[in-house]
Design a protein around this ligand. Structure first.
Ligand code: EPZ
Length: 426
């Protein structure tokens, strides 16, 4: 397994371009199954999760050609509604295939996605939504079958504004007969991107970005060309790293409107932030200030996907901060690793009490999930001395060559392949 070796203590500086959004590209790639023909997707990030989705689509009979950040996906040959178990286990986002496969083939078989490092991650809202559209669900401890000879529009209220459930229901409803209204829908920018893509294919959807989405079912969808939105979490991660290292950077090809809650928190911590079209600039004014209370919750509130990264900044702040994680029940596992680097954090249930310290110290730490791994990289960049982050395959799921991204900003880090090293082949 690869690891990152980081020499910390240097303020970041410079400018980076933000790549396309993983969490927009994945459902849009799945939605491409809902038409027959060649779909062209631009600004697709080069990530492990994208590779897994491409692997699933090819196992379902699609043909994909990648040219840089453009993917041409020919879905005309799709001939299976059975999501491969080995790939499903690699990526929970395979769940996004349920709506498209049900809409195209009238059935879909997936495997119980299971939990992951950040929580149980149930799919009951997905299944209840698809059942409301007329799908018959059969579950055993291994597989889940959904079948529907016809999908019929319906009014669906989500108990929780689940991003994935909102997206699955939108996709299935796009080819259902009649009208579907989703209330208490998730409002993330990635859902707005999915609506734009589906409407480009000929769907009739309004309301994405609000808590009520209305879908008028249509008879069929057509291939289209589409450009994925920038990745707001990657942009936010870079901005937080600049603040934590007391540096000054600019990110381009981003969308400041998708990061208002983070920008607000960073300003409260004392950094200067400027925005201009697709550019966000951040400049530190020295040691960050503590932020009294941050509570993660669905968009447009503070995103759970930036919780661990901001916790690193607050670990270095002057004073006591409180961070409450309300979206995933298991998303504070990075705390132990940060404490090993000298952070002073205590956890009670889903709340972290962060007493800022003047500095962190390099250590060997382990990434437990994608965003916790990114947080440990930020901690290594800010810490004094050498930090080794292990299990970085988690990070490669959501960041394009993270060592190159921070290298362009003056961060000193290198990727080492532990296996090759052990065989002394490196
Ligand atoms: C999406 O996951 C993102 N992933 C996550 O990003 C993100 O953290 C999450 O939304 C919240 O913003 C992708 O888009 C690929 P949810 P998703 O359904 O759809 C519970 C990253 O780091 N829930 O909004 O799985 C669930 O257990 C990843 O890029 C149910 O109870 O998130 C969780 O506690 C991590 N039943 C909460 O809702 C359901 O049927 C939020 O889940 C579905 C969800």
């Amino acid at each position: 397994m690869d690891k990152l070796v980081i020499e910390g203590g240097r303020p970041l500086s410079g400018s980076i371009r933000i790549h396309g959004a993983k969490n927009a590209a994945l459902p849009i790639m799945a939605a491409s199954l809902m038409c027959e023909g060649q779909v062209e997707l631009r600004n697709v990030p080069c990530l492990l999760d994208i590779d897994v989705m491409l692997g699933i689509l090819s196992r379902l009979g699609c043909v994909a050609v990648q040219q840089g950040d453009t993917i041409i996906l020919d879905t005309s040959g799709a001939n299976s509604s059975h999501v491969p178990e080995d790939l499903m286990k690699q990526m929970r986002s395979s769940i996004f295939l349920m709506g498209p496969l049900l809409a195209r083939f009238g059935e879909v078989c997936i495997y119980q996605p299971g939990g992951c490092a950040i929580g149980e991650r149930k799919i009951d809202l997905h299944l209840r939504g698809l059942a409301a559209l007329g799908a018959k669900i059969e579950e055993n401890d291994h597989q889940i079958w959904c079948r529907a000879t016809r999908l019929i529009g319906n009014d669906i209220h989500l108990d929780f504004p689940s991003v994935g459930a909102t997206e699955n229901i939108m996709m299935a409803a796009a080819l259902a007969e009649g009208t579907t209204v989703i209330t208490n829908a998730a409002r993330e920018p990635e859902i707005q991107d999915l609506q734009r893509f589906l409407n480009m294919m000929g769907a009739n959807i309004i309301g994405a970005g609000t808590d009520t989405i209305t879908i008028q079912g249509v008879a069929s969808l057509e291939p289209c060309e589409y450009e994925i939105i920038p990745d707001r979490i990657v942009a936010g991660t870079a901005l937080i790293a600049a603040a934590a290292t007391r540096g000054s950077i600019t990110v381009t090809h981003s969308n400041p409107a998708h990061l208002t809650s983070l920008i607000h928190v960073l300003r409260r911590s004392g950094v200067q932030i400027g925005t201009d079209n697709d550019i966000i600039s951040v400049s530190s004014n020295g040691r960050p200030k503590a932020v009294e209370k941050i509570i993660t919750s669905p968009y447009p509130s503070f995103p759970t996907d930036l919780q661990s990264q901001v916790m690193v900044l607050l670990s270095l702040a002057d004073g006591l901060s409180l961070m409450k994680e309300t979206v995933f029940e298991g998303r504070l596992r990075h705390v132990d690793e940060l404490v090993r680097m000298g952070a002073d954090i205590s956890v009670d249930l889903n709340t972290a009490f962060i007493r800022g310290v003047p500095r962190l110290y390099g250590a060997t730490v382990e990434a437990t999930d994608l965003r916790a791994g990114a947080a440990l990289v930020i901690a290594g960049l800010a810490a004094h001395g050498k930090t080794v982050v292990e299990q970085i395959h988690h990070i490669d799921r959501g960041y394009e060559h993270i060592e190159q991204m921070f290298g362009r900003l003056g961060g000193v880090m290198r990727r080492e392949n532990t296996a090759l090293k052990q065989l002394d082949l490196a």
